[in-house]
Design a protein. Structure first.
Length: 164
């Protein structure tokens, strides 16, 4: 009988992201898709809607201030997300060893992908997330399965920081 090995665990001073080949390919494919959404210069309404939760509104009471904030910060936020995606690629294509800042980038990237999937699934809060949890595995859509997998992966990444 083998023991369960978490997909993300502490090792020495750093961490190991240990996904199977197929799981790593799925995550890398999702990273590519998110990169495409983030670098889409056509500003298609569908792409804007999918990425809206990645760029939360800071000044909901003042449209002019919000527009100025987005103008000043959007490129920096996009670059930060693209950098995180690159770090995920490096870790998954390499030996999986990451330091704490690379693990944080991994968590940021996985959560960004989850947020896009949440928009696709109509998940706006914990209550709507619980609604898809009650769906039988046989009836789950591909997007729901990915959302659950990424949630599980993120949970292990976060908890790895607190395990010896």
């Amino acid at each position: 009988m083998s023991r369960f090995r978490p997909p993300v665990r502490r090792k020495g001073e750093g961490f190991i992201i240990d996904l199977g080949d197929q799981e790593a390919e799925v995550v890398l494919h999702l990273v590519d898709e998110l990169r495409t959404l983030l670098t889409n210069t056509n500003s298609e309404p569908a792409a804007e809607a999918l990425t809206a939760r990645l760029f939360p509104v800071v000044h909901p009471e003042n449209a002019e201030m919000e527009a100025e904030y987005q103008r000043l910060m959007r490129d920096e936020l996009v670059q930060s997300k693209l950098s995180a995606l690159s770090q995920v690629e490096a870790a998954l294509r390499g030996n999986g060893r990451v330091n704490e800042s690379q693990l944080l980038a991994f968590m940021q990237a996985v959560n960004s992908i989850r947020l896009v999937l949440a928009v696709m699934l109509g998940i706006a809060d914990d209550e709507s997330a619980e609604a898809i949890d009650g769906i039988s595995e046989l009836a789950e859509t591909h997007e729901q399965m990915l959302y659950h997998y990424l949630s599980w992966l993120l949970e292990h990444a976060v908890s790895s920081q607190f395990r010896p």
